[in-house]
Ligand binder design. Structure first.
Ligand code: ZN
Length: 302
């Protein structure tokens, strides 16, 4: 199996959202579809690699957020032979994306069309559910699904055992090429920091040779990367919780978190212009909302 990254040029910006193309002798597979707004870029990427719509037999989704799986419905028409693989909790949202679109509209408001485009349903008979540690044939090799909740409850990461590549979705955070800095994507409504840290430690134990986060690139400093993410998740959660305790409002907390994040990036030697590119995969107002909601929910549960 050969692995290629298709850069979906999200919002005309390079290296923000990836789709991974797995090439076998007789067939191909994709990990992630990207959003509908990037569909033309995705089909152009297939063509560039000499792959026809008929060749793609399997599409593996890490989770059903619109930046990862939003083009699935359209793609089910473009790839007539493809089966879509998803976690069982994500399944109903592929069959009927209306609830998901409603929830995303609460976050993105009037920018839905510009960012994501239309989300069409995937026909039920084109979808298969994956369980933890389930092994699937794909593009002349195999992929193993690993249950990795935290960013979303229904999140799967996919290990390609021959190369040790782990297609990490969002569980390994946002990291852009040439950078060491990892930003935790913590959008509302369902992040679970405790489960996420367990997933990070689980991935450490699997010992993948490389991480392939959808936002964006290939990284071999696996243990350091995961360690930084774990530490930052804990740190940011405590920070936001402290600000909430001080009676700060959402906007103020978001500004403070951005100041903190930018300082952390600088400390790691990042070009601060990169912060805006990270924003395209996870902006501070959204990440703040998710962390605040998690704090509130955890307190309600006692
Ligand atoms: Zn994402």
């Amino acid at each position: 199996m050969k692995i290629e990254t298709i850069d979906l040029d999200f919002m005309d910006t390079e290296r923000i959202i990836a789709s991974f193309l797995l090439l076998g002798d007789d067939d191909a597979a994709l990990v992630e579809t990207g959003p509908t707004t990037c569909l033309d870029r995705l089909t152009a990427g297939l063509k560039q690699h000499g792959v026809s719509g008929e060749d793609v037999r399997r599409v593996f989704l890490t989770h059903i957020h619109l930046d990862h799986a939003g083009a699935s419905g359209h793609l089910s028409e473009v790839l007539p032979n493809a089966t879509f693989y998803v976690h069982e909790v994500g399944y109903p949202h592929l069959v009927d994306p209306s609830k998901l679109v409603k929830s995303a509209t609460r976050i993105y408001g009037g920018r839905m069309e510009e960012l994501w485009g239309e989300a069409r349903p995937v026909p039920e008979d084109r979808i298969e559910l994956l369980k933890d540690k389930q092994e699937m044939e794909a593009a002349g090799g195999t992929l193993v699904a690993h249950d990795t909740p935290g960013h979303a409850y229904h999140h799967l990461a996919y290990l390609e055992p021959d190369s040790g590549a782990l297609f990490a979705g969002d569980v390994a955070g946002i990291r852009l090429p040439g950078q060491s800095y990892i930003r935790p994507p913590t959008p509302p409504p369902e992040i679970d920091v405790e489960a996420w840290i367990q997933s990070i430690n689980y991935i450490k134990q699997i010992e993948p040779a490389s991480l392939w986060p959808t936002h964006f690139g290939t990284y071999e400093d696996v243990q350091r990367h995961l360690g930084e993410l774990e530490q930052r998740l804990q740190d940011w959660l405590l920070f936001v919780e402290g600000q909430m305790d001080d009676g700060m409002e959402r906007e103020e907390i978001s500004d403070q978190l951005k100041a903190k994040g930018d300082a952390e990036m600088l400390a790691e030697g990042a070009d601060i212009a990169q912060s805006e590119h990270y924003d395209l995969a996870g902006s501070y107002p959204m990440l703040t909302d998710g962390l605040m909601r998690y704090v509130t929910r955890r307190r309600e549960k006692g």
